[in-house]
Ligand binder design. Structure first.
Ligand code: SF4
Length: 291
């Protein structure tokens, strides 16, 4: 969490943009609200829509192309990345990698994408199916292995591939094996995320680890961290802390969210309405957000 002081009024337009490039998905994660509720009709952002949105931000540093949905299902995703790379230094997205065929892997490499984050959550087929609702573990493993090999063959370092693990009581025991799997695939970054629970499916308070780690679970985290170090792999939590620190949930302040800079620097576009696309193509005044 940044400790930079937040100004009472946002002085400049956001330089970071989150675009939900599709709300369709080929997974059925038991921890995802999308699996249990359809909140909006299926839709993809088109390249033209992305251009219209992006040109309203004079300076863009980072564009993230995922929301709730699988970006690879958007047939224009590669053209969208190519376009955004003319505007922003960093373009990235999370993916379940189920539809990452050899052809798509090559297009991903050629698009200039900076980071490709694979959400897997499991080191075995059984746990993958239990958490992600589809029997696609072997396919995802093969797809990621091929992407890494294609990059190596071409001496390319982008997209930077990482594996992501939403830790819960349903899968923490597999974290050391997940680290080994990453090493086997040639992936050198593993990220652990906290489970956000809403009471649906496996997203329950009982499954959550944040702030309620037991000694046995801390031992698993220590074991995974040591293993990662030995394999030359980075094991982190989002926010660039360690998984143990993130899941322990030690709060340095009674209002830890108060330092969050995101509303001051970031603009999310989660689904489009006609109104959003009809605004004039010129920078709008910054949205004034008070803490
Ligand atoms: S891959 Fe993402 S959007 Fe799709 S079901 Fe899983 S968590 Fe939800």
């Amino acid at each position: 969490m940044s400790t930079t002081r937040r100004l009472p009024v946002v002085a400049t337009l956001p330089r970071s943009l989150y675009l939900e490039t599709t709300n369709r998905c080929d997974s059925k994660c038991r921890t995802c609200i999308r699996t249990f509720q359809s909140l909006e009709p299926p839709a993809d952002l088109t390249l033209e829509q992305v251009k219209a949105i992006a040109e309203q931000f004079p300076v863009l540093e980072r564009v993230v192309l995922h929301g709730i949905g699988e970006p690879l299902l958007n047939v224009e995703i590669f053209e969208i990345v190519v376009h955004l790379k003319t505007r922003a230094a960093t373009v990235l997205f999370n993916s379940d990698a189920i539809s990452l065929t050899a052809k798509r892997a090559l297009r991903l490499i050629e698009s200039g994408l900076d980071e490709y984050r694979v959400s897997m959550d499991a080191a075995t087929r059984q746990t993958y199916r239990k958490l992600r609702g589809v029997d696609q573990f072997d396919r995802v493993v093969a797809n990621v292995r091929r992407l890494v090999e294609l990059e190596r063959e071409r001496s390319r370092s982008a997209p930077r591939v990482s594996l992501w693990f939403t830790a819960s009581r349903a899968n923490l025991h597999e974290l050391p094996a997940f680290v080994r799997l990453a090493a086997d695939l040639g992936v050198d970054e593993v990220y652990v995320q906290r489970l956000v629970f809403n009471g649906l499916g496996l997203a329950t308070a009982e499954n959550a680890l944040h702030g309620r780690l037991q000694q046995q679970e801390q031992d698993v985290l220590d074991q995974a961290q040591e293993l990662a170090g030995g394999l030359g792999l980075a094991l982190r939590a989002s926010g660039l802390t360690t998984p143990l620190a993130s899941l322990k949930g030690e709060m340095s302040s009674p209002r830890p969210w108060a330092g969050c800079q995101r509303p001051w620097t970031l603009s999310p576009v989660e689904h489009l309405t006609t109104d959003m696309l009809s605004f004039p193509h010129e920078p709008k005044p910054p949205q004034v957000i008070r803490p």
